[in-house]
Design a protein around this ligand. Structure first.
Ligand SMILES: [Zn+2]
Length: 440
């Protein structure tokens, strides 16, 4: 291994390949266009489900969810029916940041989702959006106090968008500018081998501004383009700052599309006689009635209320379980939105999508009692439907201020001075090329 290997990674959360092509064609991103002429630019798939915490966990471990242990933003403990938010301490596979640190590479990692609590790297780690206070979100800890004093924040406050989209845009700009300023501050401190910064603001922009961009509705469509204009100037700064022969990688973790409708699966389960509550409205899963047959967690994960696994389990493993899974799958596929369009494209067993957990060593018969966090079923929607997991909502379908949603395809990968024997198909396949680069 050569001591002077250098890789600079800039991650743009949720930026679609097709969007970048369009913005280059429209002249919004001249620096990107210039960069791309000197490297290779590809579309990339996310993992299922295409959520930032799951996809970045796959990026940093090279594994699918069943192996790295992150399935969504929320998990339940079946024995207590308590909810919790899985964080980096739940990762069950070693990360790039740890491995490269062990290889004595100097590592800087900023704002990548699923890095809270921050990894103890040979360098600096600044947590991503599951951390709440930056003062406690860095390694070494002194970096956190410094960032806090500088006015750095982990994430823009999406609550602002519900009241005032103009103000939210200014908030996004403020958060982005501070991140860029601090990124260069640390970049200039020393020669890093692995330097990675994650921009979350693109994803936030898309969730709130996507329909305006799509409809070319002003002033928000213009603001959307201006935001990417700033991202492009950042790429210009990157090109100017990093050494000519340094390896460069730009990537996103999922694509984006117009959000047609939010779909509240627990409401659907309740209306169809699969989910009951002991009190209404229920405050948590613990208020689920023992008669319940199934419940759902975001996005589209369906758990059978299985005897021997769930606290109030009512469904027997074996024939009853299999029948219920079959029945639910059939009925879910028949859901129609108020316009009569089908909503669910496919229903699959959770282990087919997430992978089989380590606890199961006989994949011919997957014992549902051993599935752990892997859902029994996963509903995969047609593009534009967001399968919500909140327990109580007054309707099955709804529309809110959010108007963009994730897609599993149409993420992107750009590399320059970085060897790729094969173009990675999905975000979990970039891990090995990065390790190979540093081990070469
Ligand atoms: Zn998002």
């Amino acid at each position: 291994m050569k001591a002077d290997k250098r890789l600079f990674i800039l991650a743009l959360d949720g930026t679609p390949y097709s969007l970048l092509k369009r913005l280059m064609d429209e002249g919004v991103m001249p620096n990107l266009k210039k960069l791309i002429a000197g490297g290779s630019f590809h579309s990339l798939n996310s993992v299922q489900p295409p959520l930032s915490s799951v996809a970045w966990a796959s990026f940093m471990t090279g594994e699918k969810p069943a192996k790295h242990g992150i399935f969504g933003f929320i998990e339940r403990d079946p024995e207590t029916l308590n909810w919790f938010v899985p964080k980096a301490d739940r990762l069950r596979a070693p990360t790039l940041f740890h491995i490269l640190s062990e290889l004595k590479q100097r590592v800087f990692v900023m704002n990548v989702p699923m890095t809270y609590p921050p990894p103890k790297v040979n360098g600096i780690a600044i947590c991503g959006f599951l951390g709440s206070d930056i003062a406690r979100g860095t390694y070494p800890p002194a970096v956190g106090s410094f960032l806090k004093a500088k006015g750095y924040v982990i994430d823009a406050d999406v609550e602002i968008a519900k009241k005032d989209l103009n103000r939210f845009y200014r908030e996004l700009q403020r958060v982005l500018e501070k991140r860029i300023e601090m990124m260069w501050h640390f970049y200039d401190q020393e020669t890093w081998n692995f330097f990675m910064t994650h921009i979350m603001e693109t994803d936030r922009l898309h969730h709130l501004f996507w329909k305006y961009f799509e409809e070319d509705s002003q002033p928000f469509a213009g603001m959307f383009r201006d935001f990417y204009g700033r991202i492009d100037r950042l790429l210009g700064e990157v090109s100017a700052k990093i050494p000519e022969d340094s390896a460069l990688m730009l990537l996103s973790d999922h694509g984006f599309t117009r959000l047609k409708l939010e779909v509240y699966l627990n409401r659907w389960l309740a209306e169809n006689g699969y989910l009951f509550y002991e009190s209404v409205p229920p405050k948590s899963l613990r208020d689920m009635h023992p008669f319940s047959k199934a419940y759902s967690l975001y996005p589209g994960r369906i758990y059978v209320n299985l005897k021997g696994r769930e606290k109030k389990g009512s469904v027997n493993p074996g024939l009853e379980y299999e029948r219920l899974c079959g029945e639910l799958s059939e009925k879910l596929l028949k859901i129609r939105d108020p316009q009569g369009n089908p909503v669910i494209k496919e229903v699959r067993r959770g282990y087919e999508v997430y992978g089989i957990p380590n606890e199961i060593n006989e994949p011919i018969f997957v014992d549902p009692l051993k599935l752990g966090a892997v859902p029994d079923l996963i509903a995969l929607p047609y593009e534009g439907y967001d399968l919500k997991g909140v327990l109580w909502h007054s309707t099955v379908f709804d529309q809110t201020v959010f108007n963009g949603t994730h897609t599993v395809d149409d993420a992107f990968l750009f590399v320059k001075n970085f060897p790729l024997n094969l173009v990675p198909e999905s975000i979990d396949r970039i891990f090995n090329p990065i390790l190979a680069f540093f081990n070469d």
